[in-house]
Design a protein around this ligand. Structure first.
Ligand SMILES: [Zn+2]
Length: 263
């Protein structure tokens, strides 16, 4: 499921593909991914347009035009944004095709079709409408501490709550907590100042490295939990055994030997 690093990679791709190109046309191959717009309107509003700027809040990506409406992309469970040229083989599950000048294309690919392609009049209003909290990368230590301190509930549950912190999901919340050596089940409000500092530092380190790795797990450091998301796997630190646990119906992984409640 695409999380902040994946969507940041898509943002770079959208920005670089559209920097010197206009959108010549839009073809919708599957209307199920359209969110509150029609294929005809998407085509009409975006054909001939040049994107001015890209923005990301959490897992949502926007392509802003000069006068609006603006393009909004959400990637659901299996969404992907790929650059494509006419001479390359076509991937499967292309739902929306953005034709750019110079025979370039951007393809919204989504096997399971929980992703969304839409138009919004105002990006800030859309962020409010979806009740998205601050982006995970925009929180400083004090703000992160305030978010955790204000909430009842488990630490991991707060990290993946998009209305509190936008961008983290199951995989990266687990990784950040493993790197910060914090017990995912502890109460968020009980994380002490030292714990908040570790969490903040590891959040930036994990997200930055994941973006550098193009969000591809096989390019991420060997010592990361992401490679050991199996019950009873040996801990990548050589200290303990990985265990599974559930938060909000999602199965997570952690190392009880390395990860402790702080405070
Ligand atoms: Zn361990």
């Amino acid at each position: 499921m695409p999380e902040l690093p994946d969507v940041e990679v898509f943002r770079h791709r959208l920005a670089s593909a559209t920097r010197h190109r206009t959108i010549d046309g839009v073809t919708v191959h599957d209307e199920q991914v359209l969110a509150a717009t029609s294929a005809a309107r998407l085509r009409r509003e975006l054909a001939g347009v040049r994107l001015r700027r890209t923005r990301r809040r959490g897992k949502t990506l926007y392509g802003e035009t000069a006068g609006g409406p603006h393009l909004r992309l959400h990637f659901g469970m299996t969404g992907d944004l790929r650059e494509h040229t006419a001479d390359q083989p076509e991937p499967e599950h292309v739902r929306v095709r953005f034709r750019l000048s110079g025979r370039h294309e951007l393809l919204f690919v989504d096997q399971r079709r929980f992703g969304e392609v839409g138009l919004v009049a105002d990006v800030d209003a859309d962020i409010d409408d979806h009740d998205l909290g601050p982006d995970a990368l925009d929180l400083d230590v004090a703000a992160l501490g305030a978010v955790l301190g204000a909430r009842r509930g488990g630490l991991k549950a707060v990290l993946v709550d998009q209305s509190r912190i936008a961008g983290l999901g199951n995989i990266y919340a687990d990784e950040i907590l493993f790197q910060a050596r914090l017990d995912p089940r502890m109460a968020a409000a009980d994380v002490d100042r030292n714990g908040v500092r570790r969490l903040h530092r590891q959040l930036h380190r994990v997200i930055d490295r994941a973006v550098s790795a193009q969000a591809r797990p096989e390019k991420m450091p060997r010592g990361w939990l992401v490679h050991r998301r199996v019950e009873d796997a040996p801990c990548p630190r050589g200290n303990g055994t990985i265990e599974a646990f559930s938060v909000g119906g999602r199965r997570g992984f952690w190392c009880p030997a390395c990860q402790r409640a702080s405070g």
